[in-house]
Each structure stands twice: as C-alpha cells, then as structure tokens.
Design a protein around this ligand. Structure first.
Ligand code: 26Q
Length: 841
C-alpha cells in the first residue's frame, strides 16, 4: 500500500532551490532578480517539494480504486495559489522566513502572482472552495474545467466608468501547472451523422465530416490542509490536431486544416464575463462541449483500464455538474456508451442517470440556458439526436403519468419538455437525466421545489435536496486575516482550521472586556491595512475609525447596489440639510465588475463613482461620509477587504440571490450583516440570531406575490416619500452629472417606468427603501455602543461554523456522492482532518 504522503518543509533546501532557479531560469544572481523572478523561482521550488505528495496521493487512488468525484465546472475562481499552498502545507511561516533570509518580503512576492481568475463570481469561487475542502477531507476528486488564456477581465475605472482590460494571466507562465499531453483527447464538432448495421442487425451511428480539436490537459495541484493529500484541478486547453501544412497542394485539406487551427485557437481563448445572464453564443456552446467531452472521455477511458463492465461505472464515478453549463455531460456519456461501446439505450440511460448530478444556482429566468435547435444540431449533430430521443422518451413518461389523471398534460409539457419552441432547455435536460438536483441554500431550494421547478418536484421528489453553500476558512480567515486567525487559535485552539464548528467556543468570550478589546484592536489594524490599500489605489484618505460598510460582489440589478448608493445620497442630503444631523462617520466601500454589455450595471458603477466624487470633495460635511469604489475587485483584494469590514451589505431583492457567499466570508471575519431574508442570509440569521444582524425589506413570499400580480406601483412612493423623491430627482437634475444631467436617466426610468418586458422597479428598490434606511439607522445606533458592537461582532465569527465548505462537502458526500476518505496504512484516526460529524440521514 502506498505510504501516507507526509509533507515536511525543508527551509534550507527551499532557499537553495530558489537561488538555483533564479540562475537557471533567468541567468541572474539574486541581487539582480526582479520580484517576479523571485516569485517564479519560489513557486517552482514549492512545486518541487510537493510533487511527491501529489504522486503518492494519485498512486493511492490507483491502488485503492475508490469512487471518484468529477466536479465539472466552466469556472474555477482559484485566485492566487502560492500563499494558499504555503498555508495548506503548514509552511507559510517557514517560507516567509526563508524569503526574508533571502532578502524578500513574502507579501511582496505573493503580490507578484496574478490571480487565476477563471471564473466570474460566486459559482466559480464555490468550485474553488469545494476543491480545497475535498483535498482537506481526503476525498478522491478531480475538478475539470477550461484553461482560458484570458480570465475574467481586469477592471479599470476611467472617468468613473468601467473599462475592461484583457487579463493575460499566463504572460509569465504558470509555475503551478503541469502540461499532460499524454492524456490528450480529441473532440469533434459539426459534420453529419451516418448509420451502419452491425452483426445482429442493430443500427449504429457515428459522426463524420467533423472538425477536430485536441483537448490537452493541464493539471494544478489542490493541496489539502496539513495532510499531505493532493487532489487535481484538470483544465483543458484546445490545440489543433495537426498544424496545417503550408506545402499542402490540396486546397480542401489546407482550408480544413486552417479552419481546425482557428477553431482550436478560439475555443479556450477567453472566459465569458457574464454572470447570471444567458446569451446564446455558439462559441460558448463549443466551450461547453469541448471540456465536457474531453473530461467524460477521459473518465471512461481511465475506468476501462481497470474494469470491463461499464454497467458498473456509477460505482466508480460521479459527475457533479456545476449549474447547467456542463449539462452536455449527459448526452456525451450516452454517446460514448452507445456509439463507442455498443451499449443499448436502456443500459446507457441507466448508467448515465446513475452518474450525473446537477446543482442549480439561480431562479432568474434570464439565466436559464436555452439553445436554438438550429445552432445546437449543426454544431453537435449526434448529441442533438440523443437529446431528441431523451426528450421523446421523457414526454412518453409524462403522458403515461398525466393522461387521464385529471391534469392538463399540455401545461406539464410546456413547463417540462426538454425541447420546446425551437429550443433545447438545458436545465430540463439536467433534471430529467440526473439522479440528484440540489439548490444552494434552504430558501433557494424551497423556491425551486415549490415554484420554479414545481412540476419536476412533483414528478421526482426524491431527486431534490438542499446543500447550503460554504466557504473555506483556510483561505478566508487563516490566510486573509492572520491577526484574527491567531487570536481565534489562542482562544479555542487550532482545530477550527479543519473543523469550523469549533469556532463556536468563541461565544464564551463575547462578553469578555479583554477579549472585546483585543478583537477591536485586531479589527482596527485590519482597517488600517485596507485604508493603506485605498490610499495607494484610489488616492482617497479614509478614517479607520469610521464604520467600514462593504458591498463587494458582481454588479447586478437584483443585488441592488443601486439601493445602497441611493441611501448614501439620502444620508448626504440629511447632512447637507441639517448641520446637527448625527451619525457615525462611515466609509461606504464598493467593489463590483459589470458584464461588459450590461448597460444599467455599468451606469450604476458610474453613479457610485460620481457620488464618490461629489461627497468625498465636499468639505462642508467634515468627512462624515466617504465613498470608495475599489477597482478590479477579485479574490486577492477581497481577502484584504473581508478582514477589514464592519458592515456586510447583503441586500438582494428577496428570492433572487440563490445563496450568496460573500455574506459568509464577511461574517466569518466579524462583520455584521445588513440584509434581506434572502439566500443564505436566512440561515445566517438562524445561526447568529436576528438580534445580531440588521434585517429589513420584503420577504421572498411577498416579492413572489407582487411578481405574480404584475409588480407594484412605485409612483405611490415617489409621490409620498419626500426623501426618496429628492434622491430620484437628483438622478436626473445634474447633481451628480453636472455636464450631462440626462446621464443617469436610464436608472431613474428603471425605477419608475414600466415597459412590456419589465415592470417598473422590478427589484423593489423604492419599496424597500424606507425599511433599509431604518435598518441603517439601527446599524449606526449599534456602532455607537462599541462594547455591544464588539460583542455582536465576536458572535458573528463564533456562529459562522455552519458556513464552512467542509460541512457542505460532507453533506454532498453523505447524500449524493457517497465517496470514501482515502486512507493510508499508518493513518491514525484523524484528529484534525474531520469536520463536525454530519448526522446520518
Ligand atoms: C451562462 C450562459 C452563457 C454565459 C454565461 C453564463 C453564466 C455564467 C456564470 C451564468 C451564470 C454564471 C454564474 C452564476 C453565479 O455565480 N451564481 C451564484 O452562485 C453562487 C454559488 O452558488 C451563489 O452563492 C449566488 O447566489 C449565485 O448568484
């Protein structure tokens, strides 16, 4: 049996290795090396030290042949690897010492690493947190995704407006990946389907005349915490099957070769930077099929090296689909089983539906993926045939169940058919062919079951479950907030690092004046660190004594950054109107990227920056309010922001935010939530108690009721609430856009005008405004009592145990994946490697 991979960091070896790498990679002495060179050399040195653990872990998989998870996701928002790997190897301090002995500061070296921004936001970061937990819990897992050459765009703010700059993250090479050309798979696009007969008269199908692309995998290590266990993130890059030959005289060949080369260059070029909004772009479908086909072919091939009976594939593999983006897993697996391994439909269906599971991340109708049949069938002719057959058989089942049952079958078909109105509906395909469908927070799952997917829930109640999201405390506390991490360890021991439920022992200290004082000091130092970041990046002075009020997330109307900034405008009006207006000093901090084509989102960024310009430069308010828009919000600066936040803005229109995860990261770091009863906020309230947060606004039931009745009339509020009216008028009278008073008219219109597609104020901003303002007054009041605030803050950290992705992963394992922890002979019953036991179901 493979020996337990143990990792022991060798500082002297590391130092020598860095020096050697600098020489061999750059032909430079240490004195002449740039910080980037030192980073590259250090990352290579680290990689050399973990390679044995990685190989041993993989060897253990080969020997023990455990069931493996393949987590399929178009996005893995990993952020930086170096510091996090150092943390998980429990070697951060020795590495910092080694670098310091070589004359470098580890923070500066970490800053040389570009974020691996292969994701948009929550969904991609969730995938990254899951990998961290899977490795820490010693589960055999592969993340499978795409090696985009350009990740999430970099955001520059020019004249208050977002400008997108390409993210060339591979410019200096990626030291923590390994190219594995020996595991290349071919992926086929287009062409046509032909049939042929085999012995016994059975008709078989195959795709011909297709375009061909090689999928070449790159592996990145995913290091478990303190256990020498290393899982793999496998991202696929596209390459032409054969570089075209310039000497080819056959014009047809030449053109085809050029086409294949161009296709390969395009597929993995760039991440689609839209979030929660579906666009029927052909290239996106190509990306989806590309990585799914490569991943599933690989899994089946690997399975067949040790096994013969494909009927037992579900005993060894589970394919978890992160949203509908990888739904082609279903017809692709059917195709491989039937066309390449001669399985019959029913058997292939049984295998496929026993392997595939689907996670839903949204109820927003505009985010549901639908592909026009034309486009789909042309690009994936054989896959389309299979989807058609799945649909045909499914509709037969629907008829069998509902004909003569006093139910309108046509209604059922309208909502559940996989192919409808000339479109392939990916969520419906995913639900019909998966053995498991889950939402990402209790409320979200309930809305899926009772409203959005009700017909499916009626049909397959046993498939549905909730798996409330989580985050990894290793990146978002241990690495992001070393001061607080150390303090927590001093009070409750270090077990929280792998078992966050242990952090609840901090409750004992919530009332303790000494603990409160220390906690306050740590928070203050983190706020100084963020203030320095803001000074450097924004040129704005902010007072670390002020309340740091933070909303960082993608920009979307349903997340209601507009509500936040309109409330800032209102507070500013109060200060201007009444010299005696009392409030605590507050710094409103925003960070958000908007999809490039999302007009209102981009305009909201402009508004925030315009409001910042006016308010920050108005001496008459004595700096009582500052507004800061942090450019290029991403994982690496998020870590600094979370550690320094007092107030966490989680103010989505109730029912719209499936879960949210920044709410959890901020809570863990001691921020108090102001929020609606939406997504995981509901569960945060259950854990910490409503009295330790600031809840406001319509409930999801109320929102859904208004929506079913065509909306509400915002004019009632406009006409009766003078505060709201004043703020609205300031959107169109040049207060914040003197040289173009009409600039913000579209935002104004979105709040007051209804159109055939959209009711006025469809996200209930005006409706919730008064309640939000009242909750903000409570925030202000609470902050005035610093003892009480620190108590609440400690309690938030103490009650965040549920929101570890370790807990989430244990639930997936228990209810859906049924994986076993990989063990090694000399494993002692792991003390530190478990999480809170999840009660058996
Ligand atoms: C789809 C089709 C074409 C192009 C892009 C897309 C696309 C890309 C990304 C659609 C959706 C996304 C991302 C969605 C997302 O991040 N959802 C968030 O998932 C989090 C993790 O579950 C939740 O916490 C958030 O509430 C949810 O908004």
């Amino acid at each position: 049996m493979t020996k337990r991979p143990t990792f022991k960091f060798d500082k002297e070896l590391f130092k020598r290795s860095v020096e050697y790498n600098v020489r061999s990679m750059y032909r430079k002495d240490m004195e002449d090396a740039t910080a980037q060179m030192i980073f590259q050399a250090s990352a290579h040195a680290l990689r050399d030290q973990i390679i044995d653990c990685w190989m041993n872990t993989q060897k253990a998989f080969e020997e023990q042949e455990p069931k493996q998870l393949v987590y399929l996701s178009m996005e893995f928002l990993m952020g930086r690897a170096f510091g996090n790997d150092a943390i998980n190897l429990q070697a951060y301090q020795p590495i910092a010492d080694a670098l310091s002995e070589l004359g470098f500061d580890i923070n500066a070296i970490e800053d040389e690493e570009p974020d691996a921004a292969l994701g948009n936001g929550g969904l991609g970061r969730l995938a990254a947190c899951f990998l961290d937990s899977l490795a820490t819990l010693r589960y055999p897992a592969y993340g499978c995704g795409i090696r985009y050459h350009y990740g999430m765009f970099k955001q520059k703010i020019e004249h208050g407006q977002q400008v997108e700059v390409p993210d060339n993250w591979l410019k200096h090479g990626n030291p923590l990946e390994i190219r594995r050309p020996e595991y290349t798979e071919e992926v086929h696009f287009g062409g046509y389907v032909t049939s042929y007969q085999v012995d016994g008269g059975r008709t078989m199908f195959r795709q011909e005349g297709y375009q061909c692309v090689n999928a070449v995998p790159y592996d990145m290590p995913v290091i478990g915490y303190g256990n020498g266990f290393v899982d793999t993130l496998r991202i696929w890059d596209a390459e032409p099957v054969e570089e075209f030959r310039l000497d080819s005289f056959d014009k047809g060949d030449y053109e085809k070769a050029v086409e294949d080369t161009n296709l390969a260059k395009l597929i993995t070029e760039v991440l689609y930077p839209c979030d929660d909004h579906y666009q029927g772009k052909e290239l996106r479908l190509k990306q989806q099929y590309f990585f799914v086909s490569a991943s599933i072919q690989q899994a089946v091939n690997k399975y067949l090296t040790g096994n013969k009976d494909l009927m037992k594939l579900p005993e060894k593999y589970v394919f978890q689909m992160n949203d509908t983006h990888p739904t082609l897993t279903i017809p692709e697996l059917m195709r491989i089983l039937m066309d390449e391994h001669a399985m019959q439909w029913d058997e292939a269906w049984h295998v496929t539906t026993s392997c595939c599971a689907y996670t839903n991340h949204t109820i927003m109708a505009e985010a549901l993926e639908k592909w026009p049949i034309e486009l789909f069938s042309k690009l994936l002719p054989r896959i389309y045939q299979i989807v058609e057959e799945i649909n045909r058989r499914f509709l037969l089942d629907v008829h069998a169940k509902y004909d003569n049952a006093g139910v309108n079958v046509q209604d059922k078909i309208r909502s559940m058919a996989i192919i409808f109105n000339g479109q392939v509906r990916m969520a419906n395909l995913a639900i019909v062919a998966s053995f498991s469908v889950n939402g990402v927070a209790a409320l979200h799952t309930k809305i899926l079951e009772e409203e959005v997917l009700k017909d499916f829930y009626d049909l397959y109640p046993q498939k549905f479950s909730n798996k409330t999201n989580g985050i990894t405390q290793r990146r978002f506390l241990l690495h992001a907030n070393p001061l607080l991490a150390e303090w927590v360890t001093a009070h409750v021991g270090e077990d929280w690092i792998t078992d966050l439920s242990k952090i609840s022992d901090l409750k004992l200290y919530a009332d303790d004046p000494k603990a409160q004082k220390e906690f306050a000091q740590i928070r203050f130092r983190n706020k100084q660190r963020l203030a320095a970041y803001i000074r450097e990046h924004n040129g704005i002075e902010v007072d670390p004594h002020s309340i740091f009020d933070v909303q960082v997330k993608r920009l979307h109307e349903y997340k209601r950054q507009l509500l936040n900034i309109m409330h800032v405008m209102y507070l500013y009006n109060c200060l201007k109107a009444d010299p005696n207006f009392k409030m605590n000093k507050r710094t409103f901090i925003f960070g958000a990227k908007a999809a490039a084509g999302y007009v209102n989102a981009k305009l909201t960024i402009k508004l925030i920056n315009s409001v910042a310009d006016v308010i920050n430069n108005d001496d008459s308010i004595n700096g009582m309010i500052k507004v800061v828009f942090i450019e290029d919000y991403r994982v690496s600066n998020a870590e600094i922001i979370f550690a320094a936040s007092d107030v966490s803005e989680q103010i989505s229109t109730a029912s719209k935010e499936a879960s949210g995860t920044s709410n959890m990261k901020l809570m863990l770091n001691g921020a108090l939530t102001i929020g609606t009863m939406d997504g995981a906020n509901v569960e945060i309230a259950e854990e910490v108690g409503r009295e330790n947060m600031f809840i406001f606004g319509l409930s999801s039931a109320e929102v859904l009721k208004y929506e079913n009745n065509g909306g509400y009339d915002p004019y009632e509020i406009f006409n009766n609430d003078q505060n709201v009216r004043q703020v609205l008028m300031q959107l169109v009278n040049g207060t914040y856009s003197a040289d173009n008073p009409e600039l913000f008219r579209p935002l104004y219109d979105s709040l007051l005008k209804s159109s055939p597609q959209n009711p006025a104020d469809r996200y209930f901003i005006l409706k919730d405004f008064e309640s939000y303002a009242a909750a903000q007054r409570e925030v202000d009041k609470a902050y005035s009592d610093q003892k009480k605030w620190m108590k609440m803050s400690i309690l938030n950290t103490a009650c965040s145990g549920k929101f570890s992705s370790d807990r989430t992963i244990q639930e997936y394992v228990r209810d859906i994946w049924h994986l076993k922890q990989v063990s090694f002979p000399e494993d002692i019953p792991a003390k530190k490697s478990g999480t809170r036991a999840v009660p058996a179901k």
